[in-house]
Design a binder for this molecule. Structure first.
Ligand code: FCB
Length: 476
């Protein structure tokens, strides 16, 4: 009996089969897995620099060694093949490709050429994310995302990557979670570049969107038929008391920032009126030039949906703030620009090891909402996953909570598909345990355990279970 069979969910319900061609994937991001931060001409990104700031990252962890994926890429692709992944979503590191934001570094590009070739040799479809938060520090020194020029540098970088990989990569996403890049990076300061400047964050939000649009243009200029889109992160948000005006207003504001600020410009060519009003004190309008929204809303071929949790919010202070046993980063500012007073409440749902509420039904709701409100755009769940404190015992990792987590979210997706939503793939976050940003290495999200001292990989029981789901194109 395989070590994982004892946890295969026992159910009498018929198998939930996914559509033919549904992508079964896993995702990573360059800074979180690659390590080798000074190899082959790579220069500092904003994350290398933030990691050197005392107190910025739990445990003082840095991008070294991460999962040493830059050197172990072939071994990692072999693991993907063993799991049966049909697609792999990875990001390209801008500071490898254009280390100072300007001139091209062929040695950095070469790594991604080899990665793509290796994936194709194993029948795994490469899915590229152009920006997963590692802005070259040289561009931050020139003003970073609050500075409009950065968007044009991004389009040049996108063109360089497309030139190198465009003939072999089928799926392109410009940005991963611009919400986090703008608001965690420039408002709360929890993420790089660690600036707590709400006005700068609002400018960054617009310029990230502009960069997306310019990159879509750059790619279409080379190939008008390319499949290209963007990945946004969503959190269904409800008021603690639906009869309380302050709670309702809190939910509207958080929903606006988290779910609509980026979505509406991309898919409707306009900022939501209420969010524009909320952000008026931070001068959002000042950055919007004639024609920007046309660039930002150029048609896309897919929307990447990252989903982890939902929010229950109140406009009143929390009389009993929850006490957590989990060490959490303490950012210098608030992420919620214009909604700093809002308190986040527990709904009583079960928690992951990182204290994130587990809410699979929220994913069904979200996919149905997107399909209803923004029809005609194929949806891919480009991230979903959970951290638990995994340990290796006798050469194995037994993580039934993660299996249950993935199963429940796949069921939620299946329900949305049955109800008519056009969902075409699922990427578990993450293939490997990795550097979880301000949380350092303590939060383990992988289907594959990484021992950071030896770089030994161990497929967790959840990874084995996921392989059976892929093989069946179905879950129970
Ligand atoms: C997402 C990020 C990803 C990872 C997961 C846990 O917001 O895109 O890099 O950190 O959260």
């Amino acid at each position: 009996m395989n070590a994982y069979q004892d946890e295969l969910p026992r159910t009498t319900s018929p198998a939930r089969t996914f559509p033919v061609g549904f992508l079964w994937g896993a995702a990573t991001a360059a800074f979180q897995v690659e390590g080798a931060t000074t190899a082959d001409g790579r220069a500092d990104s904003i994350w290398d620099v933030l990691c050197r700031r005392p107190g910025a990252i739990l445990g003082g962890h840095t991008g070294e060694p991460a999962a040493d994926h830059y050197r172990r890429m072939r071994e990692d692709v072999a693991i993907m093949a063993e799991l049966g992944l049909t697609s792999y979503r990875f990001s390209v590191a801008w500071p490898r490709v254009r280390p100072d934001g300007g001139s091209v570094n062929p040695a950095g590009l070469d790594f991604y050429q080899r990665l793509v070739d290796e994936l194709l040799a194993r029948d795994i479809i490469p899915w590229v994310t152009l920006y997963h938060w590692d802005l070259p520090q040289a561009l931050e020194d020139a003003g970073g995302w609050p500075h409009r020029d950065t968007a044009y540098r991004f389009a040049e970088y996108a063109d360089t990557v497309y030139d190198a990989l465009g003939d072999r990569v089928s799926y392109w996403t410009t940005m991963n979670e611009p919400f986090c890049a703008a608001l965690l990076g420039y408002a709360s300061g929890e993420h790089a570049p660690g600036r707590a400047e709400p006005r700068a964050a609002v400018a960054a939000a617009h310029h990230l969107l502009l960069a997306h649009g310019l990159a879509v243009q750059a790619i279409r200029a080379r190939n008008p038929h390319e499949t290209v889109g963007i990945t946004l992160n969503f959190a269904p948000t409800v008021p603690l008391d639906p009869a309380d005006a302050a709670d309702l207003d809190a939910a509207r504001r958080i929903d606006g920032l988290q779910n609509r600020l980026f979505l509406e410009p991309v898919l409707r060519g306009r900022y939501p009126a209420d969010v524009l009003a909320d952000l008026a004190p931070y001068d959002l309008r000042r950055h919007i030039r004639d024609g920007d929204l046309d660039v930002i809303s150029a048609p896309i071929d897919l929307l990447g949906v990252n989903y982890y949790l939902g929010y229950t919010v109140s406009g009143h202070p929390d009389p009993h703030p929850p006490v957590s046993n989990v060490a959490t980063p303490s950012p210098p500012g608030s992420i919620w620009v214009g909604a700093e007073h809002v308190s986040f409440r527990r709904s009583g749902r079960p928690l992951t090891g990182q204290d994130w509420e587990i809410y699979p039904e929220g994913l069904t709701e979200l996919l149905m909402w997107l399909d209803r409100e923004y029809p005609g755009v194929p949806l891919y769940v480009t991230e979903n996953g959970a951290a638990f404190p995994d340990t290796v015992r006798d050469g194995a990792v037994h993580d039934p909570e993660r299996t249950e987590y993935v199963l429940s979210h796949l069921r939620a997706i299946h329900t949305a598909i049955e109800e008519g939503a056009d969902v075409r793939g699922y990427f578990y976050w993450s293939l490997l345990d990795n550097f979880e940003w301000a949380w350092g290495y303590d939060q383990r999200f992988g289907l594959v355990h990484v021992d950071y001292d030896t770089q030994q990989r161990t497929i967790k029981s959840s990874g084995r279970w996921y392989a059976t789901a892929i093989a069946n194109n179905a879950v129970g």
